[in-house]
Design a protein around this ligand. Structure first.
Ligand code: UT7
Length: 340
C-alpha cells in the first residue's frame, strides 16, 4: 500500500460535448452497417460531432469553465494546465497553451500529453505528482478529443465507434485520506501499431499521396485492442485497488474508459464487480478518447452517484498501447456537485 504524506484530489468537474448528434440510423446511410450490429457489438446508439468552428481548445474551454464553476474557483486560482489529447488544434503550440489564453491566464505552465484514451488518467496522475512536488496549488486537467476530425467515414470498422467531447477536473489539496489514493500508468509501445494515425508526423509528413491513401485517419486492429483492453482493465484495476489498501468490494463506483459495452461487461466480470457499479454513457457519446473518463466522471458526479467518501476507480486503455488506473476517495464536502 502506498502511503502519501499529502493528499490531492478532484475539487470540481466539468464536461462539454457538441450539440450535433450522429445516430446509428444516419451511419446506416453512410457505410454498410446496421443499428443492430453497432448496438449489439458496442452498445453505442449515438455520438456527438463538432461543427467546423469548434476545435479541441474551444471544447476544452467549455469543459474547463464548467469545472471551475463546480469547484467554485476563478480561472486565476489555477496555476497549472495539462491537456490530454490526440487531436490538438494543431501540432503546435500545445492545445493547453491555447486553452490558457482562452481562460485569460498568463505565465502558468501549460502542456499537452498524448496517451490516447488513457490520457485523462495520465494527466490526473502527472498533475498530482506536480502538485505534490512543485510550487503549484491547483491544476486544471482536461481530456479532449475531436475524433471526428481523424475518423474515416468510409471505414465501417472504426467510424461507428468514435465521437467528440471534453472532460475536465480541477485538482487541489484535500484533507488526509481523501483524493487520489493510488495510481498506475503503463504502456506497451511494442503494440503501438494496433491503433494509430499513420501520417502527419515526422515519419510520414502530409503529402498528396498520404492524403490520397487515406493515411490521416485512425487505423485500428479492433479485436486485438479489445483483448488487451479486457486484460489490462482487470490486471491494472486489481493492482491499483490493492495499492490503495482496499478490497474490491470496497469500490463504490468504477468509471471506465467508454469504448465498448462488451469490454466494460467483460472487465466487470473479471474484477468480480456487478455491472451496476460501472458508470456507462457510451451509448450516448461513443468513444471520445481522452475525453471519455473525464466526461463520464463529470456526469457521474452531477447525477449524484458519487457521494462524499466513496471509493471510485478510473480505468482506461488506449493508443500506445497505454493504460491508466486510479483510485480516488471522493471529496464532496461543501456539496460542490449537489451530490453530497
Ligand atoms: O479506445 C481504445 C480504442 N478502441 C477500442 O477500444 C476498440 C476495441 N475493439 C472493439 O470494440 C471491437 O473489436 C470492435 C467493435 C471494433 C469490433 O467488434 P468485433 O466483435 O471485434 O468485430 P470484428 O472486428 O471481429 O468483426 C466481425 C465482423 C466482420 O465481418 P466478417 O469478417 O466476420 O464477415 C467485420 O467485417 O463484423 C464486421 N464489421 C461490421 N459489420 C457491420 C465490422 N464493423 C462493422 C460494422 N457494421 N460497423
Amino acid at each position: 500500500m502506498t502511503v502519501r504524506d499529502r493528499y490531492f484530489g478532484v475539487l470540481g468537474t466539468g464536461s462539454a460535448a457538441p450539440e450535433r448528434i450522429l445516430t446509428n440510423a444516419e451511419l446506416e446511410t453512410m457505410v454498410d452497417t446496421s443499428d443492430e450490429w453497432i448496438v449489439s457489438r458496442t452498445g453505442i446508439k449515438e455520438r456527438r460531432i463538432a461543427d467546423e468552428k469548434t476545435t479541441s481548445s474551444t471544447l476544452a474551454h467549455r469543459a474547463a469553465l464548467a469545472a471551475l464553476e463546480s469547484a467554485k474557483l476563478g480561472a486565476e486560482e489555477i496555476d497549472l494546465i495539462i491537456c490530454a489529447t490526440v487531436t490538438p488544434d494543431m501540432a503546435f503550440p500545445a492545445t493547453a497553451c491555447l486553452l490558457q489564453d482562452l481562460l485569460g491566464l498568463r505565465r502558468i505552465p501549460a502542456f499537452d500529453l498524448s496517451a490516447g484514451c488513457s490520457g485523462f488518467g495520465y494527466a490526473l496522475s502527472v498533475a498530482e505528482s506536480m502538485l505534490r512536488s512543485g510550487p503549484y496549488k491547483r491544476a486544471l486537467v482536461v481530456g479532449v478529443d475531436l475524433l471526428s476530425r481523424i475518423t474515416d467515414y468510409e471505414d465501417r470498422s472504426t467510424c461507428v465507434l468514435f465521437g467528440d467531447g471534453a472532460g475536465a477536473a480541477i485538482l487541489g489539496e484535500l484533507p488526509e485520506g481523501f483524493g487520489i489514493l493510488a495510481s498506475e500508468l503503463g504502456a506497451d509501445g511494442a503494440r503501438g501499431s494496433l491503433l494509430q494515425m499513420p501520417a502527419g508526423g515526422s515519419l510520414r509528413p502530409a503529402s498528396l499521396a498520404s492524403v490520397e491513401e487515406r493515411q490521416h485517419y485512425i487505423r485500428m486492429q479492433g479485436s486485438d485492442v479489445f483483448k488487451f483492453a479486457v486484460r489490462i482493465m482487470d490486471e491494472a484495476g486489481k493492482r491499483v485497488v490493492a495499492q490503495a489498501g482496499l478490497e474490491m468490494d470496497q469500490v463504490d463506483l468504477v468509471v471506465p474508459h467508454q469504448a465498448n459495452m462488451r469490454i466494460i461487461s467483460a472487465a466487470a466480470s473479471r474484477l468480480g464487480l456487478p455491472e451496476e457499479k460501472f458508470f456507462v454513457n457510451v451509448e450516448r457519446y461513443g468513444n471520445t478518447s481522452a475525453a471519455s473518463i473525464g466526461l463520464a466522471l463529470d456526469e457521474a458526479a452531477r447525477s449524484g452517484l458519487l457521494k462524499h467518501g466513496d471509493h471510485v476507480v478510473l480505468v482506461g486503455f488506449g493508443a500506445g498501447l497505454t493504460w491508466s488506473a486510479l483510485v480516488i476517495k471522493w471529496w464532496a464536502e461543501g456539496d460542490q456537485h449537489g451530490s453530497c
